[in-house]
Ligand binder design. Structure first.
Ligand SMILES: [Zn+2]
Length: 179
């Protein structure tokens, strides 16, 4: 999945998570939650180093979905560590990351190793062995890309609605109560 889909899913998860969690700085948590939706893909920062070592052609053929940074176990353990510092942040790290892995399993990609370390098998709703530019040109014509656009539209609609409610309706209620 592209970053835009993960960020949109991250925003939606954070939005509903914060509906249940009692937080003071909602705007900050919403921003943090949105970017945590992209956390597992931070392992892509390794690609320039791989490319410097073996060239881009070979580097893009290596799937980061085969790395420990794209396994559920890694984010459950990371979340447990973060819980020591903050319970809410720990839950958000694990929840956002597991949703990221779920999205990577639903769209046409090589899949996620859900059973790691018991098995290295990758699970995907629509398995695809393409990588790099070949995958991008294939992917933009699949339901996966349409799903990303739908997530983006939903996230933007909820954001707009949230701002509208805060700006107009809550103001009107305050004015009515003051009258
Ligand atoms: Zn990913």
């Amino acid at each position: 999945m592209f970053p835009i889909g993960h960020l949109s899913a991250g925003y939606l998860f954070a939005y509903f998570f914060l509906k249940c969690a009692n937080v003071e700085d909602r705007k900050l948590w919403l921003g943090v939650g949105t970017f945590l939706g992209l956390l597992p893909d931070s392992d892509c920062l390794a690609y320039p180093f791989l490319a410097a070592y073996m060239g881009w052609d070979r580097a893009v053929r290596i799937s980061h979905h085969a790395w420990i940074t794209h396994t559920p176990l890694f984010y459950v353990l990371l979340g447990l560590l973060v819980v020591i510092y903050s319970k809410k942040l720990g839950c958000l790290v694990t929840g956002e990351s597991l949703l990221h892995l779920l999205c990577d399993s639903v769209v046409p990609e090589d899949g996620i190793m859900w059973l790691f370390p018991l098995s290295y098998q990758k699970f995907s709703l629509c398995p695809s062995d393409l990588h790099g530019w070949a995958w991008i040109s294939f992917y933009v014509h699949t339901y996966g890309f349409a799903l990303e656009l739908a997530l983006l539209a939903l996230a933007l609609s909820i954001r707009w609605l949230d701002l509208y409610v805060h700006k107009h309706i809550k103001r009107d209620v305050r004015l009515l109560s003051e009258a």
